[in-house]
Design a protein around this ligand. Structure first.
Ligand code: IPD
Length: 277
């Protein structure tokens, strides 16, 4: 039980704005880029700096709270378990590859989960000055103004975001191409931003109807899930059930109808692969 959620939100907001300045300062500099084992999973000194800063400040203010952070998990080589305890879930720079290439879609994602439910979600792109926020049962906001998901209900009339790079992983190669083929045929088009957290916000603000991604982690979706839900949308598992936040396979959509149509579309696309083999 956390009885100081207002204070948690205030501290989180201040810290994320501060972290935004670190991204702004870093974007035009020559970065020290390292790969985290696989060639396309990049990390810079800025990712580590922001995560360390957030954890240090939050644990000073809320000593009993726990943390699940992208860079700490990478360093320790293990994913902490999500418990009922208040837990801050942190992606210090989501869209690190964009950050490295100076593609201005990059953000900080910070969420507070309590009893395995999201209470606070903040995602901030300092380069485009987009500050997305939500608290449970209080709505979702962009720069303080309420946002709503799109009211399109027919997937053929939708714009859907996806990330083709996932096909670099042989495990996903055929399914990603086949699902993309289904989307090209069955929707207005595909868009790709290179940051899961911000793309979830684009669903929340009605800029795209849906987003599909697999092979990601809790910190990529922990804040965005709440922001979408508070904006009227849904975030479910690719197979149609409830999302498992610790191993997310995501269909995020403006409403349940679009989500279900995508579940069906992808099932059909996947079964075509099986039939061909
Ligand atoms: C990545 C981005 C990307 C998603 C990857 C993530 P990072 O986050 O969100 O859009 O497709 O799976 O790892 O590594 O830049 O924080």
């Amino acid at each position: 039980e956390v009885n100081n959620l207002d204070e948690c939100y205030k501290v989180a907001e201040e810290l994320v704005l501060y972290a935004g300045k670190i991204i702004e300062d870093g974007i035009d500099t020559k970065k020290n880029v390292k790969s985290k084992g696989i060639d396309w999973d990049l990390v810079t000194e800025y990712d580590r700096k922001i995560e360390n800063k957030l954890i240090k400040q939050l644990s000073a203010r809320f000593p009993s709270h726990k943390f699940i952070g992208e860079e700490t998990a990478a360093k320790e080589g293990r994913l902490p378990q999500l418990t009922d305890d208040p837990t801050w879930i942190i992606d210090p720079i989501d869209g690190t590859t964009n950050f490295v290439h100076r593609f201005p879609q990059t953000c900080i994602s910070l969420a507070l989960w309590v009893n395995k439910e999201a209470e606070i979600g903040i995602i901030y792109n300092p380069l485009m000055r987009q500050f997305f926020s939500a608290r449970k049962h209080c709505g979702a906001f962009l720069n303080g103004k309420p946002i709503k998901t799109s009211d399109v209900r027919d997937v053929s009339q939708s714009l859907v975001a996806m990330e083709p790079w996932i096909a670099k992983n042989p495990e996903y190669l055929t399914s990603i191409y086949s699902r993309m083929h289904a989307l090209i045929q069955g929707t207005h088009g595909i868009r790709s931003l290179g940051t899961a957290a911000l793309t979830l916000c684009y669903v929340a603000m009605g800029a795209v109807e849906a987003y599909h991604i697999e092979s990601i982690d809790a910190w990529d979706v922990a804040a965005g899930k709440l922001i979408i839900e508070e904006a009227g949308g849904v975030v479910i598992d690719t197979a149609g059930g409830e999302l498992d936040i610790m191993t997310p396979r995501v269909i995020a959509a403006c409403n349940q109808q679009i989500a279900q149509q995508l579940v069906d579309l992808f099932k059909e696309a996947d079964s075509e692969i099986v039939n061909k083999n």
